[in-house]
Design a protein around this ligand. Structure first.
Ligand code: HEC
Length: 281
């Protein structure tokens, strides 16, 4: 417990006499004597203004005189002076998680949406990744990366034929070599590495073309802007590619023996059955 410093009491007495509360000054004089006497002093001082003088006179200067009789400890005064939490703060704070959610959403990169056959193809490729590797690095089946798949199939139609009929289709037709017979490292023989499933009965024709676009351009490394691949890419794999669209709408069935020209693209028939090598040379 602290004693009230003399200079504060003096100031208090002066204040009180200045506003005409001289009577009270006498009462409060006894206050500083001991710490225990401060309680009666407070009650006496608090009661005094009510008992003496008319109400309006004491009411007006109250804010100035109030702390004087028995100043409250500084920490109580500070607590009273301190601004309270505004009523709207709780509502605002409760929205913080919502804000946090939006913030994280805003800074998270949106997933890259690939348009056209390559977008579809990357999804369809989930049927192939287990044997050929998620990035085309190979596994049970051959790799596609490093242009390997392009060396086997210089023409996209040959690859479509192979994926559609699979190893068994080629074996059943007695066809040994699939793709380019002059492939660097020697031709690929159906069944030499294992069994590639026939996807003709599992995927739609446009899904087969889309996944093959993914294998050639995304995994295999064909550059769609190069003179070698630009025409094939534009006809088969680009967003809005005319041959892909014709297959997607059912206008062109690639298992027919026809060799149509779509737009200005002359199609090599994929055909109703496996054929040896690469018919286009
Ligand atoms: C069950 C495993 C397996 C799955 C699934 C699979 N493949 Fe294959 N794939 C193989 C095997 C094995 C070979 C080699 C077959 C052979 O020796 O005749 C192969 C070969 C290939 C080739 C020839 C590559 C080359 O350079 O000779 C292509 C193209 C191909 N697969 C595409 C696909 C596509 C497209 C899918 C998915 C739609 C797929 N594969 C799913 C096992 C698989």
């Amino acid at each position: 417990m602290t004693e009230i410093p003399e200079h504060l009491l003096k100031r208090s007495r002066e204040r009180r006499s200045a506003i005409g509360g001289g009577d009270d000054a006498a009462t409060s004089e006894s206050a500083p004597a001991t710490t225990t006497s401060s309680t009666p002093a407070t009650t006496a001082a608090a009661a005094a203004p009510a008992a003496t003088g008319p109400a309006p006179r004491t009411a007006a200067p109250a804010p100035v005189a109030a702390p004087a009789p028995a100043p409250e400890p500084v920490y109580v005064q500070a607590a009273k002076r301190r601004k309270k939490i505004p009523f709207w703060a709780m509502a605002t704070l409760s929205l913080m998680p919502v804000w946090g959610f939006m913030y994280v959403r805003a800074i998270t990169e949106p997933p890259v949406v690939i348009a056209g056959p390559l977008g579809t193809g990357s999804e369809v490729y989930s049927n192939c990744a287990s044997c050929h590797g998620a990035a085309g690095g190979g596994g049970v089946g051959y790799p596609f990366e490093g242009q390997s798949v392009l060396q086997t199939f210089p023409h996209i139609e040959d690859q479509i034929r192979y994926v559609y009929y699979g190893t068994e289709g080629f074996n059943a037709a007695g066809v040994e070599i699939y793709g380019n017979p002059d492939r660097p490292g020697g031709p690929h023989i159906a069944g030499a590495r294992g069994v590639m499933p026939a996807f003709g009965s599992q995927l739609t024709q446009d899904e087969i073309v889309a996944v093959i676009c993914h294998e050639r351009y995304t995994l295999g490394g064909a550059d769609p802007t190069s003179t070698e691949w630009a025409a094939e890419y534009a006809a088969w794999c680009a967003p809005g590619a005319p041959v892909f669209d014709a297959i997607e709408t059912g206008e062109y069935d690639f298992t027919s023996p026809d060799a149509p020209t779509i737009g200005d693209v002359a199609i090599i028939p994929v055909g109703p059955a496996p054929v040896a090598g690469s018919p286009a040379g």
